[in-house]
Design a protein around this ligand. Structure first.
Ligand SMILES: [Zn+2]
Length: 366
């Protein structure tokens, strides 16, 4: 059974150098340069992250007016220093940035949007659903209700109180890394945006983050895919309070839709631009199908809570790490809820905490 941590997993990135990239020299991350020129006037900037993901990809898309900036990164001193170096090397001034565009609201993508807006005056675009989530976490009440609701949800599903207690400071730690909050404008699926001299169709891509958008340029068959389809690592699919609890269903549906696009080059939020887009989307769907079957088998052996399944799936690799624990627990809930919605599993009425059992246990499941 595959044991690995979702989203923030540590798989070594492939070191294959893309035939699409010209490698540039500003001090970078994990032996990689800080920025790589891609076709069509697209500059991939690797913005450092203080987690095992190592970096988030920001993209600067050049046109006759200057640059659109996609997903500027998490607001840390290291990220700011990396940006200053890359902008100096490529002679990009803040005033050259005319648009800031966010694929989704996760802090490693959204965190520097307000900082760049203050310096460039550029409008920040994201979907209304993404913005609503960002407001709940980092808006006026600074996530207090979210953290309480999240730990209550986890406790209901078997997480011990001392483990849940570690999540609060972890969540609070993100607030400073997404300040200042940007003034935003909304962009939605079905619209067309002009970036790097190309028309890009906006596509709804939920499941990893409600409200996430991908951008597709049919003329070149390029896809800016946020964290929806990542090469070499598996995007996290999470259930969190206040959001639709059908995240895995939404994710799998989105993967099927995205796999129908003809894509020659995909620009992901992490790791490197890649070519096998539809195949990768199908691999990710198959990964989740396998995990669903693993969970059914585990519950056939021993009924248990979502937390017990989380520990069986992800085990010691997440113990004592609040960041990984949160991803692993929310990902386990996404799978458990999916199976429950399909009536493959149900809740045992005898137990105090929510305990799952396989429904209509059949011999062929053994
Ligand atoms: Zn994300």
């Amino acid at each position: 059974m595959g044991r690995h941590v979702p989203s923030a997993c540590l798989n070594a990135a492939t070191s294959r150098r893309s035939e699409h990239g010209r490698i540039l020299n500003v001090s970078g991350i994990a032996g990689r340069p800080a920025a790589t020129e891609r076709p069509g006037g697209i500059l991939q900037v690797r913005v450092p992250l203080p987690f095992s993901l190592k970096w988030v990809n920001s993209y600067l898309l050049r046109d006759e007016r200057g640059y659109a900036l996609i997903d500027p990164g998490l607001h840390t001193a290291e990220a700011v220093a990396a940006w200053e170096a890359v902008m100096a090397e490529h002679a990009v001034d803040f005033g050259d940035i005319h648009t800031i565009l966010l694929t989704h609201q996760h802090p490693d993508h959204y965190g520097l949007a307000g900082w760049f807006q203050q310096r460039s005056g550029a409008p920040v675009y994201l979907s209304a659903e993404s913005h609503a989530y960002a407001q709940r976490l980092w808006g006026r009440d600074k996530g207090s209700a979210f953290a309480a609701d999240l730990t209550a949800l986890y406790a209901l599903h078997g997480m011990p109180p001392e483990v849940a207690a570690e999540l609060r400071p972890h969540l609070d730690g993100f607030v400073a890394k997404v300040e200042p909050q940007p003034e935003v404008r909304f962009i939605e699926a079905g619209e067309t945006v002009r970036l790097a001299g190309l028309d890009w169709r906006t596509i709804d891509a939920p499941g990893h983050a409600g409200g996430q958008l991908c951008f597709y340029a049919p003329e070149k068959r390029w896809m800016i895919c946020g964290d929806q389809v990542l090469p070499t690592i598996t995007p996290n699919v999470s259930v969190v309070p206040g959001e639709d609890d059908r995240q895995l269903e939404r994710f799998l549906t989105s993967l099927r839709e995205l796999a129908a696009y003809e894509v020659e080059l995909a620009f992901p939020g992490h790791r490197e631009p890649f070519e096998r887009f539809a195949e990768r989307a199908e691999e990710l769907a198959a990964h989740h199908e396998r995990r669903l079957e693993d969970i059914v088998q585990m519950l056939l052996e021993t009924p248990g809570s979502a937390y017990s399944l989380c520990m069986r799936l992800f085990g010691e690799r997440i113990a004592g790490d609040a960041h990984h624990m949160r991803f692993a627990m929310s990902e386990t809930l996404a799978h458990v809820f999916y199976l429950e919605q399909r009536e493959r599993i149900g809740r045992s009425p005898q137990e105090k905490e929510i305990t799952y059992i396989v429904k209509g246990k059949r011999d062929e499941n053994r």
